[in-house]
Design a protein around this ligand. Sequence first.
Ligand code: NDP
Length: 405
Amino acid sequence: MKDILIIGAGGVGSVVAHKCAMLGDTFGKITLASRTKSKCDAIAESVKSRVGKEIATAAIDADDVAATVALLREVKPFLLINVALPYQDLSLMDACLEAGVHYLDTANYEPPNEAKFEYHWQWAYQEKFANTGLCALLGSGFDPGTTNVFTAYVLKHHFDEIHYLDIVDVNGGDHGKAFATNFNPEINIREVTAPCRHWQKDKFVETPAMSRHQPFTCPEEVGTFEIYRMYHEELESLTKHIPTLRKAQFWMSFSQNYLKHLEVLQNVGMTSITPIEYNGQSIVPLQFLKAVLPDPGDLGKSTQGRTCIGCIVRGVKDGQDKAIYIYNICNHEDCFEEVGSQAISYTTGVPAMIGAKMLVEGHWLKPGVWNMEQNDPDPFMDDLNKHGLPWEIVELPVGETGFED
Ligand code: NDP
């Protein structure tokens, strides 16, 4: 049993706090710290009433390395779970190195003034973590995270070599709002408005944002949705660690309503990250937009429907071509009932808890900086089934997957 410090009291932080609190044999004292302490206190109250466990709370500016080191020295956790924003990744990794604490996050570093998320900044910490005997586990959410583990699992158990990977993230839920994002609006809008990149042959190919789309029918009557090809960070680590991949793409569903609102917001400059002067004050339009949009952490009570996220993998086994679809379906209302959150926060927070469990129990604990697919997928896959994200695996007829070579 080990003590943990969770940083970030948003939609995901709330799920991580609830799910870790449910595992009293794995996690000892839990401290939740964030910029706004009142949000930590509200989550602590919910954890107490739903799970019956007291968790400690604290205020922290995670951009301030010295303050975070002081908090780590006071709390003395085994592991820091970073579910603040991607901007905080490097300062929190620095603080962990100084205080001698293991590190986990769910999204790769992104500089605040440039919408560009890449792993090289965090991979550059490899030697520092290895030399201090500390472990940093990167991207332990659903996508990235579980999608990486799904890919590693099918490679281990169902293929000799994999060649084509299509990751499909469908949110078939409806929150009933005119426009809202399912996780932090600033990060979400930066991600979906960025140019698309997919892996082809031996390099990333760039195409305009949202320029490629097609229908996708989910299993178990979740429905048929239009999915749009976009760049997503797990493509970078998976194509590095699985060099047999010839093509790797990421697809996400968007409703016409979401796209219409996004287009208007883009056209009028509201998604810009370049600061402007307003009434003698410098403001970033996208940050102002985030302030007026619904808080994703509050969407749970109005969201209905299901998510369906998975990987369609094609390759060879015993000299034969083969295609596999591995996926999870998650119901928004069930998540709300269990922890008071919608399924996007839930599908991110549960894998963050399981990633933490993999480190606490020692399955994945090794010095250095690691992506999810670099670990044995089996114990993580077992825990998905036990802790709220059961998965299914089906063999598809080769040539009828709906995705091109
Ligand atoms: P929210 O915006 O709901 O929550 C972010 C939290 O971080 C807020 O509590 C915020 O504080 C806090 N925070 C921001 N800056 C600082 C800072 N400098 N110091 C301390 N705390 C800070 O985001 P989500 O919960 O939706 O997302 C959390 C993370 O999860 C993001 O990095 C996101 O990219 C990632 N994610 C990953 C997914 C995956 O599948 N891998 C999917 C979805 C999200 P305050 O309340 O004061 O604003």
